[in-house]
Design a protein around this ligand. Structure first.
Ligand SMILES: Nc1ncnc2c1ncn2[C@@H]1O[C@H](COP(=O)(O)OP(=O)(O)OP(=O)(O)O)[C@@H](O)[C@H]1O
Length: 317
């Protein structure tokens, strides 16, 4: 059943310059999706519109049967049921972790407030930090507090706008894995915005790809990897080598095999030691440069190699 219904949203900041174009997305209750797109593609604008914090030019947002009002229609913009978390934590610097999380609950009964804060401290693994000030926490811990505060009001929808981009890779990956488990336990519906596909996939396998304000493709990661709708969606997953003499046809570096004796000849121009393979830049007879993966790490710069691939791995648009 559709829970969050984003229907034909259009948005311009300047006349004629569409930031969101006819954007529609239907999300079931409790689903976690990752919204992926490059900088400037309209992701933050979309989240602010969903949260009722930004006016849309046309289109509607419904949370079940409740229409999300534009800020201009609402005395106090925003909705308790939909919480937005940004990269900047905006914690109260002179309040402890516990106080930061319980702050939105000031008008609630003491018993409820206490129980809710305990639950979140526990779920977020922050009990031992409860009396610390934000400046005594790591970036990841501070972001957990911000998420705890956003969750204190028991929102139905949590919108995460690149909240982990200031953290280092290891911190970020651990936090995403932890939070994903927590979101599943709470049954909260989540839209996670990122431009990093690895982060997106750690959170969920369900991707929504946005390009220049338009929804390009959505679905499971495997499905999009195997059948990308356009070059942009395909390139999110890996580099693409254009196949000479075949228009708009590409091959992924991971799908090219390297041989010492037969295949398409190429010369190794550059070699980079990456975590899982050596990345080779090779030059084809026509002068095209391709990226190739040498998984056995056996080829040297200057050597000649021969390339082969399965026609079924070619990607055509
Ligand atoms: N308040 C604003 N006034 C005018 N233009 C804006 C405003 N906010 C965003 N824009 C423009 O709208 C476009 C989309 O911006 P938005 O921040 O939504 O993209 P994004 O995908 O979230 O980018 P990023 O990943 O860099 O945060 C950009 O061209 C941006 O310059």
């Amino acid at each position: 059943m559709i829970y969050l219904n984003i229907d034909s949203i259009q948005k311009t900041y300047r006349k004629g310059d569409f930031v969101l174009k006819n954007f529609s997305l239907k999300i079931p209750k409790g689903k976690i999706i990752s919204l992926v797109g490059e900088s400037g593609s309209g992701k933050s604008t979309l989240l602010r519109i969903i949260a009722g914090l930004e006016n849309r030019d046309s289109g509607e947002i419904f949370l079940e049967n409740t229409r999300i009002l534009n800020p201009k229609e609402n005395l106090v913009p925003g909705f308790e049921e939909i919480q937005l978390v940004f990269q900047e934590y905006h914690l109260y610097p002179k309040s402890t972790v516990e106080q930061n999380i319980s702050r939105p609950l000031l008008l609630f009964e003491k018993e409820y407030r206490k129980a809710r804060v305990e639950k979140l401290l526990n779920l977020l693994g922050l009990e031992i930090h409860r009396d610390k000030l934000p400046k005594e926490l790591s970036g990841g811990q501070q972001q957990k507090v911000a998420i705890g505060r956003a969750l204190s009001l028991e929102p139905q929808v949590l919108l995460l706008d690149e909240p982990f981009s200031s953290l280092d890779t290891i911190q970020r990956r651990e936090l995403i894995a932890e939070l994903k488990t927590m979101f599943d336990q709470l049954g909260v519906t989540v839209i996670f915005v990122t431009h990093d596909l690895d982060d997106a996939l750690l959170m969920t396998d369900h991707l929504v790809i946005i390009q220049k304000g338009k929804l390009i493709q959505q679905g499971g990661a495997k499905e999009i990897f195997e059948k990308p709708k356009n070059l942009y969606a395909a390139k999110l997953f890996s580099h693409l080598n254009p196949i000479p003499d075949k228009t708009r046809t590409y091959i992924r570096p991971s799908d090219v095999q390297l041989f010492k004796t037969s295949g398409i000849p190429a010369k190794i121009m550059e070699r980079k030691y990456l975590v899982h393979y050596n990345q080779l830049t090779v030059k084809l007879p026509g002068g095209e440069q391709w990226l190739i993966e040498d998984k056995k790490r056996i080829f040297e710069v200057g050597e000649r190699v021969f390339l082969k691939w399965n026609a079924s791995s070619e990607i055509k648009f």
